[in-house]
Write a protein that binds this ligand. Structure first.
Ligand code: ADP
Length: 256
């Protein structure tokens, strides 16, 4: 039993006439542990590219700059690592923004097929570089009342993963359709799949099945965590089915 003026779970009238707050300390401890873990993960994730950047700058300064081809190679690495830092900071900021929300801001009614068209134009280049074929099928005239950027972010993160964890010559299929009271999004890929032992953890922050592959693809380990928070913010649900070696399917349902 813990007395706290901050938050009330159950209140009881004491004999003395004061108010006691009964607080589940196990929950508090769990929250504190999650927070500490997150801070330590963030620190580690930020330090990794920074250490690499500083290392290559040092090597350049101590002579490597005189060999032009070596210097160009090192500068390219510094460039990639800086980009990684920037994506990481963007994802952390996004996550902390939605995490504290119970209702989204900038809500408007907009047509899903316009949003999907914008995503297609944005992502088509990335897909063709990886020789992955996109096929999008969106029911006409579905309107959603939501923060447009948020819905766009949710779909981009899922489609981006479907491309990243795909095989050469693979496919990504997006279907959007309406059923009673719900807007359904199916994102299906023919990629590497996710093993059963990992599937229940992929929505955790910084959890990656294959850290090396994720890093090489520019992943931050936060994409699906952001997706899950967006889905929760809109009282929707998300399901994933996957088979190692034969692809993954995500189904998101949002209230219409
Ligand atoms: P990342 O930045 O590493 O892609 P995410 O949070 O988006 O982070 O995804 C977490 C992990 O889940 C990825 O590292 C990857 O191992 C796995 N994953 C996500 N989407 C897919 C997919 N479509 N196919 C296979 N594995 C996936």
């Amino acid at each position: 039993i813990y007395t706290s003026p901050i938050k009330t779970n159950t209140t009881e009238q004491l004999n003395a006439g004061g108010l006691a707050t009964i607080y589940d300390i196990t929950n508090l401890k769990k929250l504190e542990q999650i927070r500490t873990e997150f801070v330590s993960n963030v620190t580690h994730e930020l330090k990794t590219p920074l250490t690499s950047i500083r290392g290559f700058i040092e090597t350049l300064k101590s002579g490597a700059i005189d060999d032009k081809s070596v210097a160009v190679k090192f500068l390219d690495i510094i460039d990639i690592e800086s980009e990684r830092l920037s994506s990481l900071i963007n994802d952390i900021l996004q996550l902390s923004e939605i995490e504290n929300k119970t209702k989204d801001s900038d809500i408007s009614s907009h047509k899903i097929n316009n949003t999907v068209k914008e995503i297609y134009d944005m992502i088509q280049g990335v897909a063709s570089k990886k020789n992955v074929q996109l096929s999008f099928e969106v029911e006409e005239n579905i309107t959603i009342t939501a923060n447009k950027n948020r819905i766009k972010q949710m779909l981009i993160n899922l489609i981006d993963n479907a491309i990243k964890y795909n095989i050469d010559g693979g496919t990504v299929y997006l279907k959007v359709f309406k059923t009673e009271g719900k807007i359904n999004f199916i994102i299906k890929d023919s990629g590497i799949g996710i093993d059963e032992e990992h599937i229940h953890r992929i929505f955790e922050r910084f959890y990656r099945v294959d850290k090396g592959r994720s890093r090489n693809m520019g992943g931050t380990g936060l994409g699906l965590s952001i997706v899950k928070h967006i889905v929760n913010l809109y009282n929707g649900n998300i399901k994933v089915t996957s088979k190692l070696g034969s692809g993954t399917e995500f189904i998101v349902q949002l209230p219409a």
